[in-house]
Design a protein around this ligand. Structure first.
Ligand SMILES: Cc1cc2nc3c(=O)[nH]c(=O)nc-3n(C[C@H](O)[C@H](O)[C@H](O)COP(=O)(O)O)c2cc1C
Length: 222
């Protein structure tokens, strides 16, 4: 199988997306005969160049960081410019990789539904979306046990994809954990926010002489 990969991170230096793509391909290419070509979206001449590459590919992975519960502008532009291909991608299998800072997978679930819908509109075969949170520091902490775990996990997903042509639902579910915050971490976060508001932001407001104003309710009716 020949896989075309797009890295949609706009970062100029080493990106977490790149690291994870390499992990995925490490597993994928264990199957003899499998090969790949990787394109960085922000290094292509134009979005039209990316579209020509897509037209010329059958197996596609679009990898990018979650930006504001969605995607970087370049990825959004590419997806929107695919409209002329709607209904015409019957020979294409399309999968996604979305990685991000917050730990919990729930942050990317709405986006996952959108990506599935887009693939359906293109008439492509939706392979699935690899979702992984807690990825902020990967490229900076290459030797940490967390980075190694994240990369081993995605390499396994890539290996199974290389062998079967499918994303394993079980592996995706296992990999994306935790789905939500635990009760304990929610309580810790709530207390932390309260303390930060009281001591840090309270002091900032006082320093700027607007502390009392912060309780103003200008639109309150009597
Ligand atoms: C503009 C911007 C928006 C972001 N939005 C989110 C977000 O909504 N949720 C999240 O968990 N992380 C968010 N992040 C963090 C990135 O998803 C995270 O750092 C990612 O690993 C960066 O990948 P890269 O190194 O491949 O660019 C955001 C980062 C930036 C720069």
């Amino acid at each position: 199988m020949q896989l075309t990969v797009f890295n949609g991170s706009p970062k100029l230096g080493k990106s977490n997306t790149e690291l994870m793509v390499n992990g995925f391909l490490g597993g994928f290419e264990k199957t003899p005969g499998n090969g790949s070509r990787v394109f960085k979206l922000n290094q292509l001449k134009s979005v039209q160049e990316a579209i020509s590459i897509i037209e010329d590919s059958e197996d596609i992975l679009l990898a990018f960081p979650l930006y504001s519960y969605s995607m970087p502008a370049g990825v959004k532009e590419l997806i929107e410019e695919l409209e002329p291909l709607c209904g015409k991608c019957g020979n294409k299998k399309i999968g996604f990789l979305v990685q991000f800072g917050f730990r919990e997978a729930i942050h990317a679930r709405a986006l996952e539904k959108y990506l599935e819908k887009v693939t359906t509109l293109l008439n492509g075969e939706y392979l699935g979306t690899i979702i992984k949170g807690g990825c902020d520091g990967l490229a900076k902490e290459l030797n940490s046990s967390h980075t190694k775990k994240v990369l081993n996990g995605i390499s396994d997903i890539g290996r199974v994809f290389g062998e079967t042509g499918k994303f394993s639902r079980d592996l995706l579910d296992q990999y994306s954990k935790p789905e939500t915050q635990t009760m304990l971490s929610r309580m810790i976060m709530k207390s932390f926010v309260k303390l930060a508001n009281k001591y840090y932001w309270g002091a900032e407001l006082k320093n700027n002489g607007v502390f009392e104003e912060s309780y103003a309710q200008p639109y309150k009716s009597d």
